[in-house]
Write a protein that binds this ligand. Structure first.
Ligand SMILES: Nc1nc2c(ncn2[C@@H]2O[C@H](COP(=O)(O)OP(=O)(O)OP(=O)(O)O)[C@@H](O)[C@H]2O)c(=O)[nH]1
Length: 310
């Protein structure tokens, strides 16, 4: 395996092109194919403006690069993101670049193929990377803005806006595929007392502890959304009423058994849960409203319980 490493910064890349005597021969080779290179560069400058999706930006870049040289695969990773974007099938010869712009880390890119990269080819890649920097930076900023718009900043769960988007989509999908869908409305009991006794900051800590506890009781495909205050929705796709009842009961018990302490003092926390399941005539509002009513029934009946639609 051969890895050719590099750290590239837009400004220093330019400098490298202008000043590197070592690369003079390689530069001449690139220059010979100058008009083709410039055409691809122009085309990329244009096409990369057309999307704000990171995956699409990288796909377009790979496509443009392939018009100049054979590159089997491109792999992109970012240390703040768990997912790796991969275009094509990785091969043994690789060159990698840490991408940054004006000191801002934009991720790492690795190109690979069956043959070793020649000096002039590396120079072409490095020069073309200049066209990628702004579109990639914009796409990352867009992704971050979307994430902030759809997440609750205190607990890290998805928020009401995300629920509206996902629930509409999942209900359409369930109606089409005739798959079950169930929903839990969950509210922390007597939460005002936690705030009143220990202060808002401790209330925030209690909210986060409940969220962690609920998250641990769920599958990764289930969605947890904060509706506001101490009220949450759990969206259970492909889940029947009976299966959802077990999930709800598991959540209820694990919150009840959670050892939450403030300054060494144990704070008992419990939740009341309403469970509704999708019917043919349901839309997002009717499904949530039923879950909400059932949650209030659970409160009226003494709290720390699950109420299921009959
Ligand atoms: N710390 C903290 N408190 C919050 C937040 N959002 C809402 N609250 C508080 O949550 C409490 C909700 O109180 P209530 O609606 O009376 O409900 P409750 O005390 O939980 O009583 P029941 O729901 O009837 O069991 C209020 O004191 C709100 O101020 C938050 O982000 N952080």
């Amino acid at each position: 395996m051969h890895v050719q490493g590099n750290t590239i910064d837009f400004d220093t890349a330019r400098l490298k092109l202008d000043q590197s005597a070592k690369n003079a021969g390689a530069r001449r080779k690139v220059a010979k194919r100058g008009s083709q290179f410039e055409a691809v560069q122009q085309q990329l400058l244009h096409s990369l403006q057309t999307t704000l999706e990171v995956d699409q930006v990288l796909n377009l870049f790979h496509k443009g690069l392939q018009e100049l040289l054979q590159v089997d695969a491109l792999e992109y990773r970012h240390n703040a993101e768990p997912a790796v974007v991969q275009v094509g099938q990785p091969a043994v010869h690789r060159c990698s670049y840490r991408i940054s712009h004006a000191g801002n880390y934009l991720g790492e890119l690795q190109f690979s193929r069956q043959q070793r990269f020649a000096e002039n080819e590396l120079l072409a890649i490095e020069t073309l990377l200049g066209t990628l920097l702004f579109p990639l930076r914009n796409a990352l900023m867009y992704r971050e803005a979307l994430r902030n718009a759809l997440n609750d900043s205190l607990t890290g769960t998805s928020n009401r806006l995300a629920l509206n988007q996902n629930l509409e989509r999942d209900i359409r999908q369930s109606h089409r595929s005739q798959q079950p869908l169930s929903l839990l409305v969950l509210d922390i009991d007597h939460f005002k007392q936690v705030n009143d006794r220990f202060g808002h900051a401790y209330g925030d800590a209690a909210l986060k502890a409940v969220v962690n506890c609920v998250t641990e009781s769920l599958r990764s495909v289930d969605g947890l959304y904060r509706l506001g205050g101490e009220e949450f929705v759990v969206l259970l796709n492909s889940t029947t009423l009976d299966a959802a009842r077990m999930v709800a009961e598991r959540i209820r018990k694990s919150v009840e058994n959670m050892q939450f302490e403030l300054d060494g003092q144990p704070i008992p926390l419990t939740v009341s849960i309403g469970l509704s399941t999708l019917h043919a005539e349901d839309d997002a509002n009717s499904l949530i409203n039923r879950g909400d009513q059932l949650m209030y029934d659970a409160k009226r009946q003494g709290r720390n319980r699950v109420r299921v639609e009959s």
